[in-house]
Design a protein around this ligand. Structure first.
Ligand code: ARG
Length: 452
């Protein structure tokens, strides 16, 4: 065991096993760098053509799976460079003029983060669409809203689902915001001081599709805040998904019986034939721990580093890739799983009708008749007590029962229902049906108008 697990300094240093994922970005950055060197008068146009042509062949090998990855060459940068030299000869050695692996890796990682954010934003949209579709389909469905996991007041299922759309939209906002700061080109910073060659960095940034160029070479090679911002937004997004998963898990239990998870998103037990476990929801909830860990790992790796580049920064990649993969996969699963949800409207309704969820309505009723809310609350509380003692629901109480508690009650108190309670929340942000319908329409419009 000990022998199998032993390593060498070279293996310990190598980042190739994971940074090979950056290969296409490394080639892209290298081609742009060759063109920048030509513009700076460092490479002739023939040399540039030969180098870019060689890099195209490297790209071809990468795409066809024929590229010879060599662990002994430590990382993706050395692998690409060595292959280029093999393909076009010593001229390939000119590519690294005025550049360092330090600005190279920062460039590759930023290109990756930009793509990862764009892909995440797409998946977030699909997830929101799935939530909105369910909200629309179940627009009349009611269930208890909970506080402290105790039945509190009735709400529309759509209102409940829209809460998650709100969270997802803020998550998208955070990711888009992180994207603006990731969209800065570090290339030209060289090892730490800025390159000694007259590179037109603006033209280079345009070539690589970066919005702008870094202003300080030491910062550009040393910080990884753009990764941390992505991880932070990813962790929070996962945390939101995890909360919804927790509800799906609770709601699909026999205790709640509110929903059935369909298709491949639930699995049977190997021993208990009756079971349908919401495994996908559980896994997304579980994986949230990993992504939170990825964030903490990188924060901790960076916190003690003096300027500028330190090898510790190589530790940014595994958390980054892990978080991106986990988040993308989780969002895809969530969108798919939400589409399969079959809500049990009847059991949600009967839960909303039992358990004194309308007690607040009684207090509001008395308050509307002029009773101070505190006193009204006490009277409503006493009515709940009476009903409880007599083993009744509020709907079983007669007008006489009500009038014994307060003279202010009139016949219309018997007309208080789940529907009337919900309809009264007719305010921006409230659960009244017309408000929720408007909220769905508005959310759809925001979703379809956002660029990403
Ligand atoms: N593999 C390194 C990383 O991921 C690339 C930069 C290496 N730079 C250096 N000076 N050793 O950070």
């Amino acid at each position: 065991m000990a022998d199998e697990l032993s390593t060498t300094p070279a293996d310990f240093l190598a980042s190739l096993p994971y940074d090979r994922r950056l290969a296409s970005y490394d080639v892209r950055g290298s081609e742009a760098w060759a063109r920048a060197l030509e513009r700076a008068g460092v490479l002739t146009s023939d040399e540039t053509q030969a180098i870019v042509g060689g890099l195209e062949s490297v790209r071809g090998e990468l795409e066809s799976g024929e590229f010879p990855f060599r662990l002994e060459l430590e990382d993706i940068h050395f692998n690409v460079e060595r292959r280029l030299i093999e393909l076009i000869g010593p001229l390939g050695g000119k590519l690294h003029t005025g550049r360092s692996r330090n600005d190279q890796i920062a460039t590759d990682t930023r290109l990756y983060v930009k793509d990862a954010i764009a892909a995440t934003l797409q998946r977030l949209k699909a997830y929101c669409r799935a939530l909105l579709d369910q909200a629309e389909q179940g627009i009349d469905v009611v269930l208890p809203g909970y506080t402290h996991l105790q039945r509190a007041q009735p709400v529309l299922l759509a209102h409940h689902l829209l809460a998650y759309v709100e969270m997802a939209e803020r998550d998208a906002g955070r990711l888009a915001d992180a994207l603006t700061r990731a969209d800065v080109m570090p290339l030209g910073s060289a090892a730490l001081t800025g390159t000694a060659y007259p590179i037109d960095r603006d033209a280079l940034a345009a070539d690589l599709d970066f919005a702008t160029v870094s202003r300080n070479s030491m910062d550009a090679v040393a910080d990884r805040d753009y990764v941390i911002e992505f991880l932070s937004a990813a962790a929070l997004t996962m945390t939101h998904l995890s909360r919804l998963c927790e509800e799906i898990i609770l709601w699909s239990s026999d205790e709640f019986g509110f929903v059935r998870v369909g298709g491949d998103y639930a699995s049977g037990s190997s021993i208990m034939p009756q079971k349908r476990n919401p495994d996908i929801a559980e896994l997304v909830r579980g994986k949230t721990g990993r992504v939170n860990g990825d964030l903490v790992a990188l924060l901790t790796s960076v916190k003690g580093l003096p300027l500028a580049y330190n090898r510790d920064l190589q530790e940014d990649k595994e958390p980054l890739f892990d978080a991106a993969d986990t988040l993308l996969g989780s969002l895809e699963m969530m969108a798919g799983m939400i589409q399969t949800l079959e809500f049990n409207d009847d059991s949600m309704r009967s839960a909303a009708e039992s358990g004194f969820l309308l007690a607040t309505e009684l207090a509001d009723y008395l308050a509307a008749q002029g009773s101070p809310f505190r006193a009204a609350h006490e009277i409503a509380h006493s009515l709940v007590q009476t009903a409880l003692e007599e083993g009744k629901q509020l709907r079983d109480l007669t007008l006489e029962d009500y009038r014994r508690a307060s003279e202010r009650f009139e016949q219309d108190v018997l007309g208080i229902t789940v529907e009337s309670a919900i309809a009264k929340r007719d305010i921006v942000g409230g659960t009244a049906p017309s408000r929720v319908r408007d909220a769905i329409t508005a959310a759809r419009a925001r979703l379809e108008s956002s660029e990403s």
